[in-house]
Design a protein around this ligand. Sequence first.
Ligand code: NAD
Length: 481
Amino acid sequence: MRSELYIDGKWVEPKKGGTFPVINPATEEVVHHAPSGTAEDVDAAVEAARRAFDEGPWPRLSGAERARYLRAIAAGIRARQGELARLEVIDNGKPLPEAEWDIADAAGCFEFYAGLADELDAKREEAIALGDARFSSKAVKEPLGVAGAIIPWNYPLLMAAWKVAPALAAGCTVVLKPSELTPLTALELGAIADEAGLPEGVLNIVTGFGPDAGQPLADHPGVDKLAFTGSVPTGSRIMAAAARDIKKVSLELGGKSPFLVFGDSDLEQAVEWIMFGIFWNQGQVCSATSRVLVQDGLYDRLLDRLVAETQRIKIGNGLEEGTLLGPLVSKGQLEKVLAAIDKARADGAVVATGGTRASGFNTGYFVEPTVLVDVPLASDAWREEIFGPVVCVRPFADEAEAVRLANDSRYGLAAAVMSEDLNRAERVAAALRAGIVWINCSQPTFTEAPWGGYKQSGIGRELGRWGLENYLETKQITRFA
Ligand code: NAD
């Protein structure tokens, strides 16, 4: 485990010298003391990234040359997959098989953007037909500059990969600020990039708290673009900071995603996808389908089955074999989720199962997977992100009502629809105001496809070719005669 910041290709102590404890959420033990970066360290990191962009080779390499580094980073992640997955379990709490999956996805993300970096050489320039034959013109894609990437704790290395891989592919240099709750694997990414021979200053990693390290990065005039994933309130602060000097900004924020189950759906499959949609990663998933709407006729049978299956979920330390639900990431998150359940009860919701700290655990931030019914439409439980294993289930009569209830939200990240009638499923998918719609499934995420939200769930898209565009400028070059 690393105890220093990674700045300008070197491991350095934070200038003010502080550390913060990293706590294993399953045992409440302090497993490490991570370096606590502050504004002075952010200054050094941005200066290094600026130099690497303005004077270094990185933005001037061909896409194919940059792709070689990205593939070396992917290989470095794959070579250490088991170790990195275990680090994420003790950092975040998630079950080991989920962590292994995330680490493989992170490597896959670097490989995918290596492919796009290769293609960039051929696609960099596009001729433009002008109305005036005396002029010729072309549009040229260029790297945007220094990117400040600020990420959350729910997928520590994967969220880093979603930003660092496309930024590097585009030719940008990066300052990465991971969450203070899960700093371990982001620092290892620095080591892996270093071993891959990435030129100094191209990737810099400053761990620390949001106000101490995140805000100075958001405010820094040397940063050209802010790429943020996290909560709506912090996203709003990032956008305000970006507004001051017109930084480019992309935001991936929260959600309260609906899952519409029509009466013709297969019961077993519906229950399976509903559970995957809300209990994976302890429900700490931005796109978690936390509002389940079930058509009258199927509702009672589905609810019985969902409650029975939810009660069978094995809760435990993510390192124990067979664990399906680990602890929440922190004491603060546990308190927040329990308070949200209490508030739901006070507002009139009924707890069909769960609703408390998991019994049988003296330590660790474990909460029972929870199903809420009769949740008032005006209540926070129905409208606000809980970011825990808590699902609200509610009946609906017909398609129009289902779509209306689904779209009645300030969020619009994801939505899912289940029906044997694919015409209906496609029609509903078109009517849903969300950036991601799954048909007959929930949550599968592909590096090739765009990811991002409508409404208050964000601005811009990550992943796929859209993710690369986040880190590119378009220049017009027009010639006379
Ligand atoms: P958060 O907003 O509390 O923190 C996110 C990051 O911002 C952390 O690194 C934090 O240190 C930093 N930060 C905090 N205050 C800051 C400030 N004033 N200036 C700059 N940086 C600051 O979010 P979180 O609790 O870490 O993550 C959970 C949230 O992330 C949920 O709302 C979830 O929906 C969202 N999320 C969204 C996506 C997506 O793709 N849309 C993916 C994962 C998580």
